[in-house]
Design a protein around this ligand. Structure first.
Ligand code: TMP
Length: 258
């Protein structure tokens, strides 16, 4: 891993040059940050869990025809991905009021939204990733009108699918953040791919019955048991083996190439 050429290091992941042109290796760190890195910690095992959870979700999304950057998982912390040009927008989809929308619109956490809401934030740490309108995106050229339409359509399909996937394991998908990238395939065709990750770092996931938070809000708001909550998500998704009598720690199902 350390022999690879590092392309980029973010708060929770590192990108290395991949084995073939047009590929990268995405490494999941145990580092967690919140509030634009004002709060930092290392959560042992988080990277392993997010690698597995994101793989599981990306593979299922590809099965229903969502184009993603994911190629294959390489080991416990790394996956091979297609190299894309990241569109500098965070696309947020909300089903239930939580987080910044509560503050912005004076909503009560957990209150129903009239329908699923999609928001775009400009990816710029120095500015705290501000919420922007389509007007800003077009005027500053961060994405074209066709790209905005494509990202919106894909996000709604991803939301529909993930709501069902999580509902089936007793989890409510409150909201999530995704990122897209531009990719040119071997025939020279250009397309938009789902990139980055989908994990409890980038979603709000509540137990459907108890409303217990099973996501990064446990870290953001010092609720404790962060890795246990991520482990719970992975276990319910069927990624982790549950050993009777012992807490479901990091014994991974089908780790053939670790
Ligand atoms: P927000 O309510 O704080 O705007 O967050 C909306 C969703 O986006 C939530 O699922 C958490 C996720 N998110 C990220 O993945 N990265 C971030 O930097 C922020 C602020 C939120």
């Amino acid at each position: 891993m350390s022999r690879r050429e590092k392309i980029y290091e973010g708060k929770a992941k590192i990108l290395y040059k991949g084995p073939k042109p047009g590929t990268l290796v995405q490494y999941f760190k145990d580092d967690a940050t919140a509030f634009n890195a004002q709060k930092k910690a290392t959560l042992n095992g988080k990277g392993v869990l997010n690698n597995r959870i994101s793989e599981h979700i990306m593979v299922k999304l590809a099965d229903i025809g969502i184009p993603t950057h994911f190629i294959k998982r390489l080991n416990m912390r790394e996956q091979l991905i297609k190299e894309v040009e990241i569109i500098p927008l965070e696309v947020i989809c909300r089903n239930v009021a939580a987080g910044s929308i509560c503050k912005m619109l004076g909503l009560e956490e957990g209150s129903a939204l009239p329908r699923s809401i999609i928001e775009f934030c400009y990816k710029k740490d120095e500015l705290n990733d501000p919420l922007v309108a389509e007007e800003h995106i077009l005027a500053f050229g961060w994405a074209s009108s066709a790209e905005i339409d494509e990202m919106t359509a894909l996000t709604l399909r991803i939301n529909d699918f993930l709501c069902g996937l999580f509902e089936g394991i007793g989890i409510q998908l409150v909201d999530f953040k995704i990122e897209f990238g531009r990719y040119t395939d071997e025939n020279g065709d250009q397309m938009i791919l789902l990139a980055d990750e989908i994990s409890p770092d980038s979603c709000r996931l509540w137990d459907s019955v108890t409303k217990k938070k099973l996501d990064k809000d446990r870290f953001r708001h010092d609720l404790g048991d962060v890795v246990d909550a991520y482990t719970e998500v992975a276990t319910r998704l069927g990624i982790l083996k549950q050993n009777p009598g012992t807490p479901p720690k990091l014994s991974i199902v089908s780790n053939e190439d670790e």
